[in-house]
Design a binder for this molecule. Structure first.
Ligand code: ATP
Ligand code: MG
Length: 446
């Protein structure tokens, strides 16, 4: 993309009402525009990152054997009356009536709809196990929407639902989700720690939240510092392998890590003092096992191996896709702007022309642009007729992890400059080598 032809409405000044850094940078970098409290338009740059995050979620879900589909955002109240949640959900649920006076609502989550689809089409235990999911807009009329996309009213969420014959099978689904989520967050350059949590209005016994440590996080968390040394890495996992998934769960959840809702001072004090940490975290996901709560209420049964009907065991699993943009920026920025991890960056590399209109510099930038494009990488070429200082500040703000600076002086010596946004380190090298270096970095990522 050539910046002169893109739509990137950046702001020079810090927006007054943005209290946390991710919100400030998302507004300044022209990623979002607030339309009303907690409701945003996603401008091209923000939309691009949202799509990248969404794609990672889809890819990892597919590896775990989960099946994507899509539910409507506007739902009839009837199903929610069946589950008993229509009255229970409270003021966070946005309710409305259609022209016939029928009660409708904007989905805050979708256990009811998935359970309904399941009971309409699945009749035998032979069709299990089954995990269906969607990535879809949700609406919760939060009392205090704030911090930009972190606590919106309209937000984008992956929500998945497993249907299993037995409790053991459903617990395997739980473990499988935990493993797959660890991988999902790591691909986004994030460390998200599974912590024992409280189940809230979804209900159920087993639940973990995934938290990204950040001072601006809304949750208070208590953990054993050893947990931050754990990495999922690129280990191979067979998601059907019960023992393997169980082992990963144990590895990542055996140390003390809890949110304030489940925190137990006495148990925490058993952790050696020098490893006890009290910090803040951003909840980027949660997994639940809740047994037959919804299948009992809504009659989601299958014929078991003995011919008798059995209520299926279920769980649900959520990832805050739009919140993740904020969480990633909170975890990865400096005083000049965002620093995107390679896995989610909106463009792979920035090309900065120091002297637009100089034939040689323009030609070198075009050549770089074409080389990257031919390799399937997306460059953002700042080809505007602006002074170099403004171009540098803009590139730093929008946070592409790699930048190539092209100027007449370097070109005389046959070199351009490759700079890492994260470390600020630069290296001069011939253009072809700069392209090869960037291509190497993105191998297996882009
Ligand atoms: P919270 O405790 O932050 O209100 P929740 O526990 O009610 O969230 P879940 O029902 O677990 O949320 O939803 C799954 C994920 O959706 C959460 O882990 C979070 O990342 C995201 N999410 C929830 N509410 C919001 C919101 N208002 N704005 C943006 N993302 C949200
Ligand atoms: Mg939650």
């Amino acid at each position: 993309m050539r910046l002169s032809r893109y739509f990137l409405p950046t702001l020079k000044e810090n927006p007054a009402d943005a209290q946390i850094v991710s919100h400030r940078y998302m507004l300044r970098a022209g990623m979002i525009k607030q339309q009303s409290a907690g409701i945003y338009s996603w401008l091209p740059l923000g939309f691009k990152v949202l799509r990248k995050i969404e794609n990672i979620v889809h890819e990892e879900q597919a590896k775990a054997g989960h099946i994507a589909m899509q539910m409507p955002t506007l739902q009839s109240a009837d199903l929610w009356r069946e589950s008993g949640r229509y009255d229970g959900y409270g003021e966070e649920m946005l309710r409305m009536q259609d022209r016939h006076g029928r009660d409708m609502l904007f989905s805050p989550t979708a256990e009811e709809l998935f359970t309904d689809v399941f009971r309409s089409h699945v009749t035998s235990y032979k069709d299990l196990p089954l995990t269906l999911y969607q990535i879809q807009w949700k609406f919760r009329d939060e009392i205090r929407p704030r911090f930009g996309v972190m606590r919106g009213r309209e937000f984008y969420m992956k929500d998945g639902y497993n249907f299993d014959l037995t409790k053991e099978d459903a617990l395997h689904a739980y473990n499988r989700h935990l493993v797959s989520y660890l991988r999902t967050y790591e691909r986004m350059g994030l460390q998200a720690i599974p912590m024992r949590a409280d189940s809230g209005p979804i209900g159920g016994d087993d639940t973990h939240e995934f938290l990204v440590l950040a001072d601006t996080g809304e949750s208070e968390v208590f953990y054993d510092s050893e947990i931050t040394d754990l990495k999922f890495g690129d280990r191979e996992i067979d998601f059907d392998n019960v023992d393997q998934c169980q082992a990963v769960l144990e590895e990542f959840t055996s140390r003390y890590a809890r949110t304030d809702e489940t925190h137990d001072e006495a148990v925490f004090n058993e952790v050696p003092e020098e490893r006890r940490r009290v910090a803040r975290g951003i909840e980027v996901g949660q997994i639940f096992y809740f047994g037959t709560k919804y299948s009992d209420a809504m009659g989601a049964k299958v014929q078991g191996p003995d011919g008798k009907p059995v209520a299926v065991h279920m769980g649900s699993h959520g990832i805050g896709v739009s919140r993740l943009l904020g969480a990633i920026i909170e975890a990865s920025h400096d005083d000049k702007g965002i620093i995107w991890p390679e896995g989610v960056t909106p463009f792979h590399v920035g090309i900065l022309n120091m002297k637009q209109g100089d034939d040689e510099a323009d030609a070198a930038c075009d050549a770089l642009y074409n080389s990257f494009t031919a390799l399937g990488l997306e460059p953002l070429y700042d080809d505007r007729n602006e002074r170099a200082g403004g171009k540098f500040a803009n590139m730093d703000l929008i946070g592409l992890p790699w930048r190539i600076t092209v100027g007449p002086r370097g070109l005389k010596n046959g070199v351009v400059e490759l700079t890492s946004r994260r470390t600020g380190e630069s290296e001069e090298l011939p253009p072809e080598q700069a392209v090869a270096r960037v291509a190497e970095i993105y191998k297996g990522i882009a």
